[in-house]
Design a protein around this ligand. Structure first.
Ligand code: SF4
Length: 68
């Protein structure tokens, strides 16, 4: 499990659940960059946009947790 912090949230990615549909990279390419390391750049969009895109992940590999 990998996590990436943004303001008061954490984006969680569970690689074993990822089916590589590409929804995240197509929907928000400024944040989800499969060719880069780390591949999630939480500076690339607002918290709201990130949360919305995480909700489009079909496998549940991406999720969001509150840190506070
Ligand atoms: S949307 Fe979810 S399942 Fe698809 S590539 Fe991104 S993390 Fe993986």
């Amino acid at each position: 499990m990998n996590s990436y912090t943004k303001d008061d949230i954490k984006v969680i990615w569970k690689p074993r659940l990822c089916i590589h549909s590409g929804n995240c990279a197509r929907g928000l390419p400024s944040v989800f960059k499969p060719r880069e390391k780390p591949w999630v750049d939480t500076d690339g969009a607002s918290k709201e946009d990130i949360i919305r895109q995480v909700g489009e992940c079909p496998s549940g590999a991406l999720s969001v947790e509150k840190t506070e």
